[in-house]
Design a protein around this ligand. Structure first.
Ligand SMILES: NC(=O)c1ccc[n+]([C@@H]2O[C@H](COP(=O)([O-])OP(=O)(O)OC[C@H]3O[C@@H](n4cnc5c(N)ncnc54)[C@H](O)[C@@H]3O)[C@@H](O)[C@H]2O)c1
Length: 308
C-alpha cells in the first residue's frame, strides 16, 4: 500500500480518524475528505502527514479535483438512526446519492472502494449470530440508505469492473467515540448516584473495538482477492444495555451506589439485538479481534481521567 494514493471520505470522524492514523504510517499519499458536518478538525490535525480537503461527497466538482486515487475508503455518512427517521431525504442524499458520487470518482480513477456499511442493513434479524447471507431487512431509513449504498457498490463492480469490498460494522467504540459508553460516563461524571438509560435497556449490541475494525479495513484494502466480498465486523458476542451499564458501574466501583433507571421507550428505527456471525472475516481475513469490552471501557475511563 506504500506507493498507493489513498482517499478516506469521512476521515475526520471517529472511525475515519483511527483509520487515517494507521494509514499515515503506511502511505505518504493519504487524503482526508470530509465536510466536518459531524467530524472534528482535531481528528485531521492529529494526522499531520495527511492532505486534508474540506468538501461534501455530494460535490462532484471538488471530488473530481482531487488527484487520481488508487484506493478509496468510503466512510462519510449521516450516521444517526433517529435523525434518518426524521429526515429521510437528507439521509438518502448523503448515504445513497453521496455513495454514488464517491463511486463515480472511483470509476473515473479506476480506484478500489472499501465501503463502510452497517448492521442496520439486517434490521431486526431472526437469526443469531447473524451471518452475511441473512440478507437485507432494513428497519430504519439509515439501514435502507446503507442497503442502497451496498447495492450501488456491487452494481459498479459488476457493470464497470470496479474492485469493491463491503464491510458491515457492528457497534464500533473506542477513544474519540460517540455513543452509549461515552453517554454513560458523561452522566456518571456529573452524578454518580443515578444513571438513566435511554430506551428499554433490553436492546443488545455487539461492541467491536475500533482498532480491530481498522485492522480488517487495512487487510481488505491491501489485497485484490477480497473483490466483491462482504464482511461482518463485530466481536461475535452480544450484551444488553442494562448489562453494559452494570459492567461500567463495576469497573468504576459504583455497583452498590448508582440507581439505574430506564426511559422504557425505544425510538423509531431502534433494533432489538445485534449479534454478528464473524466467522467469515475470521476465516478469510485471518481476523482475530483483540480488544475486550472491559479493557476498552477502562481505556476510555483512563483517557478521560474520570475518577469518582
Ligand atoms: N460507529 C459505528 O458504530 C458504526 C456502525 C456501523 C457503521 N458505521 C459507519 O462507519 C462510518 C463512519 O462512522 P463514524 O462512527 O466514524 O461516524 P462519524 O459521524 O464520526 O464520521 C462520519 C464522518 O463523515 C463526515 N460526513 C458526513 N456527511 C458528509 C458529506 N456529505 N461529505 C463529506 N463528509 C461527510 C462527517 O463530518 C464525519 O466526519 C459511517 O459510514 C457509518 O455509517 C459506523
Amino acid at each position: 500500500m506504500e506507493e498507493q494514493k489513498v482517499l478516506v471520505t469521512g476521515g475526520a470522524g471517529f472511525i475515519g480518524y483511527h483509520l487515517c492514523k494507521k494509514l499515515s504510517t503506511i502511505t505518504n499519499n493519504l487524503t482526508i475528505y470530509d465536510d466536518l458536518s459531524s467530524g472534528k478538525l482535531e481528528n485531521v490535525t492529529d494526522v499531520s502527514s495527511a492532505n486534508f480537503v474540506k468538501g461534501d461527497i455530494l460535490d462532484l466538482k471538488t471530488l473530481y479535483s482531487l488527484p487520481k486515487q488508487d484506493l478509496i475508503y468510503h466512510l462519510a455518512a449521516q450516521v444517526v438512526v433517529p435523525y434518518s427517521m426524521e429526515n429521510p431525504l437528507i439521509d438518502f442524499e448523503t448515504n445513497a446519492k453521496g455513495t454514488v458520487c464517491v463511486l463515480e470518482k472511483a470509476r473515473k480513477d479506476d480506484a478500489k472502494v472499501v465501503f463502510a456499511s452497517s448492521a442496520a442493513v439486517y434490521g431486526n434479524p431472526s437469526v443469531f449470530p447473524t451471518p452475511e447471507t441473512y440478507g437485507f431487512h432494513p428497519f430504519s431509513c439509515y439501514g435502507l440508505s446503507k442497503v442502497v449504498g451496498e447495492e450501488y457498490c456491487q452494481m459498479y463492480r459488476e457493470q464497470y469492473g470496479l474492485d469493491v469490498v463491503i464491510t458491515r460494522f457492528a457497534n464500533v467504540y473506542g477513544l474519540r467515540c460517540h455513543g452509549v459508553i461515552h453517554d454513560f460516563l458523561d452522566k456518571l461524571a456529573k452524578n454518580p448516584d443515578k444513571l438513566e438509560i435511554i430506551g428499554t435497556g433490553k436492546q443488545s449490541r455487539d461492541f467491536v473495538h475500533v482498532s480491530d475494525v481498522v485492522e480488517a479495513l487495512l487487510t481488505v484494502g491491501d489485497a485484490d482477492k477480497f473483490n466483491g466480498e462482504t464482511y461482518n465486523l463485530g466481536i461475535g458476542k452480544t450484551i444488553n444495555i442494562i448489562e453494559l451499564s452494570q459492567l461500567i458501574l463495576t469497573i468504576l466501583g459504583l455497583q452498590n451506589r448508582t440507581v439505574v433507571t430506564t426511559t422504557n421507550q425505544s425510538w423509531q428505527g431502534d433494533v432489538t439485538k445485534i449479534w454478528f456471525d464473524n466467522s467469515k472475516a475470521k476465516k478469510e481475513l485471518n481476523w482475530i479481534p483483540q480488544v475486550t469490552l472491559e479493557d476498552s471501557i477502562k481505556e476510555v475511563i483512563a483517557d478521560r481521567k474520570i475518577s469518582i
